[in-house]
Design a protein around this ligand. Structure first.
Ligand code: C2E
Ligand code: CA
Ligand code: CA
Length: 641
């Protein structure tokens, strides 16, 4: 059948070499017409017109060339199913009659031609068995014959069919054959061109892992939605919590599975909005036609509920938690760029304060973000220039008055020598890179101090290190600590990791468990910091093996004036004692507070009353001079400090 047209012929044709593709046996008038048709179609393909338009144009031109012919072009997909492409002169129901049908040995003229990759000529549809199941679609319209030719791509795949229908019972003639052969070549070019374009389009606009449209597509669709008159668009930005830790601790396949599952849930057709994967762990959902923020919040809550369902795959439960920031057109910006910026700010803020939840943009986030950016810059510079130093604040045994440990607190020394407290640059600590570098620096300093302590023959002391969410989420905290401590040859069982209750809440249990259990197995102690200020405090005490609880200063300072706070403090002390944990009261500033804590049987205290945080030399000298006597009870009798 000679259906293949090589690339050289195609380019010749495009370059305007005037030779009909199918040879020179056509009638002279038709010859010219065919040449014109061929050029017109190739031009339409080259100019990027949609395939359906090109096909419809071809049908109309051929029908003009062959009186009485009604032309139909179908495509055949990778699953060998037929799809309607163009048949401008055939009745409407014809379009649906073959759409989606699998090709086969008796599926009309076209399905059969595609099946055998051979032309099929049916002169009498009414009596031909190939048409037994389909004749009702055409006979009522007086169509009685159909001659179909497969369209074969360069690699031999049948990619479509080109058919002549007729209201007369007739077969094909030579001239028509020439035309049809030219047309199937043209169709093959047009369909292949379209397939290549679609593949490139997919690669450019769709995420390979999840199949969701990507960031480029997101920006296009957002712009279109925002420009639509009379409606508002809502944008929800999703970020997977702790994906890095999942990758690091459970492997990249687990991380990919989490991403794919989230894409599946966000893309669920029953869910509001259009989902996109913007990259990494970030997704977006566009809620078109969202009249108010209540509607947007409802959409976010629905999605959060769906995402909250446990994700079990291959018998293991993987952590799938997200945080959402949102904006609404009209309220939080009018153009696509501003909406994206503000959604980013809302998400950034949500990750710090509404982990696992949803937060809508507020104007003040912009200032917070500015202040935070300044803090990040300042601490970043200080880290690079060695201007971050630890101060140490001792922890005392309330019964004996002896020193048992010291908490390391980061201090930033400004270029003019001023020492800035951590609370004045804490905004920078939510930046994962800053936290990572700061923790590294503090760990080094603590290990170095432990080394000096040993070298000078001072009694052992516990050293506390504050770690943040990002440190644990990275998943490499254990290996970092082990590496640094072994470099200084100091024991891990003198280190107390201070993790806030909030950080415990924020991070997925699988990840926290992995890190905490690993470190505890090596002898590192765990303190639950700012106890009482988070949620589900008791739950965490039962889930995680905690050695120390640190009662937040807010309770301690309110305790004397407010009987409810006193009850809370007493209860926390009681819980600690029953669970065999040390209890440190933080921020003790007055003798009265200390006395009250002692009567409540609180085991330890820390605060300005006893000592302010100070450089390592101060602490070392006071212990060396015997001002503070250290007494560290041996372990493992749970008498920690
Ligand atoms: P925190 O862990 O609760 O640390 C205790 C804070 O209370 C310290 O503030 C300490 O200087 C202060 N403090 C101690 N005793 C008293 C007292 O009697 N009265 C009053 N008013 N305050 C007292 P600082 O150093 O500004 O640290 C603030 C927070 O910054 C810390 O709270 C901790 O969450 C964080 N932080 C400090 N150093 C580091 C660090 O190296 N890494 C990380 N990730 N966070 C740190
Ligand atoms: Ca602390
Ligand atoms: Ca604290």
């Amino acid at each position: 059948m000679g259906c293949s047209l090589d690339a050289a012929a195609a380019s010749q044709a495009k370059a305007g070499v005037e030779r009909p593709i199918a040879g020179a046996h056509v009638h002279v008038a038709s010859f010219e017409a065919l040449l014109r048709l061929q050029n017109e179609i190739l031009e339409a393909v080259a100019s990027g017109q949609p395939l359906a338009d090109v096909a419809a144009l071809l049908c109309r031109r051929v029908e003009a060339l062959v009186p009485g012919a009604l032309v139909s072009i179908l495509t055949v997909d990778g699953d060998r199913r037929l799809h309607h492409l163009a048949c401008p002169s055939l009745p409407m129901e014809f379009e649906t009659a073959f759409n989606g049908l699998a090709v086969g040995p008796a599926v009309g003229s076209c399905g059969t031609a595609a099946h055998f990759a051979q032309e099929v000529e049916v002169v009498d549809i009414a009596s031909d068995p190939l048409w037994a199941a389909y004749r009702d679609a055409v006979l009522p319209h007086g169509i009685v014959s159909c001659w179909s030719t497969p369209i074969v791509a360069r690699d031999g795949r049948v990619v479509g069919t080109f058919a002549f229908y007729s209201r007369q019972r007739r077969g094909s003639d030579d001239q028509q054959r020439q035309i049809v052969q030219a047309c199937v070549h043209l169709c093959a070019i047009a369909i292949e061109h379209d397939q290549i374009w679609s593949r490139n389009h997919r690669l450019a606009y769709y995420d390979v892992l999840t199949g969701l449209p990507n960031r480029s597509r997101f920006l296009e669709v957002l712009r279109i939605c925002v420009a639509a008159a009379g409606t508002r668009t809502g944008l929800l930005l999703f970020d997977i919590d702790g994906l890095k830790a999942t990758n690091d601790t459970l492997g990249h396949d687990a991380g990919d599975a989490v991403i794919v599952e989230l894409a599946r849930r966000l893309g669920d057709a029953r869910m509001p909005g259009l989902a996109f994967r913007l990259g990494g762990d970030e997704f977006a959902v566009l809620v078109a036609d969202c009249p108010n923020s209540r509607r947007l919040a409802a959409a976010a809550q629905r999605l959060l509920r769906l995402i909250a369902a446990p994700f079990v795959t291959d018998g293991q439960t993987l952590p799938l938690h997200v945080t959402v920031g949102s904006v609404l057109q009209g309220e939080d910006g009018d153009d696509a760029d501003i909406l994206c910026q503000n959604a980013d700010l809302a998400l950034e803020k949500a990750k710090r304060t509404h982990r696992g939840g949803f937060l809508k943009f507020r104007e003040e986030f912009r200032e917070i973000s500015g202040a935070r950016a300044n803090a990040v810059r300042a601490v970043g510079n200080a880290l690079r220039e060695g201007r971050i130093v630890p101060y140490f604040q001792p922890v005392f045994d309330l019964a004996t008055g002896e020193i048992n440990g010291a908490e390391a607190l980061a201090r930033m020394v400004t270029p003019d020598g001023e020492v800035v407290q951590a609370k004045d640059f804490h905004q920078a600590l939510s930046d994962p890179k800053i936290t990572h570098d700061l923790t590294g620096q503090m760990l080094n300093e603590i290990a170095a101090e432990m080394r000096r302590w040993r070298d000078q023959g001072l009694p052992p002391l516990l050293f506390g290190l504050n770690v943040s969410t990002a440190d644990i989420e990275r998943g490499d905290l254990e290996s970092r600590i082990v590496r640094i401590f072994s470099r200084y040859e100091v024991p891990l069982d003198l280190l107390v990791l201070e993790v806030t209750e909030k950080a415990m809440m924020d991070i997925d249990d699988t990840i926290v468990g992995h890190t905490i259990n690993g470190l505890r197995a090596r002898g590192v102690l765990l303190a639950l910091d700012d106890f009482g200020t988070g949620f589900a405090s008791l739950t965490h005490l039962t889930h995680f093996p905690v050695d120390v609880i640190k009662i937040d200063r807010s309770f301690v300072s309110a305790m004397l004036a407010d009987s409810a706070s006193a009850v809370v403090v007493e209860t926390m002390i009681d819980i600690g004692r029953r669970l065999g944990m040390a209890v440190v009261a933080e921020g003790v500033e007055t003798g009265k507070e200390a006395a009250r804590l002692r009567t409540m049987r609180c085991t330890h205290a820390q605060g300005y009353l006893f000592a302010r945080p100070a450089p390592a030399e101060v602490l070392r000298k006071k212990v060396a001079d015997g001002v503070w006597k250290a007494n560290l009870p041996p372990r493992p009798d749970h008498q920690i400090y």
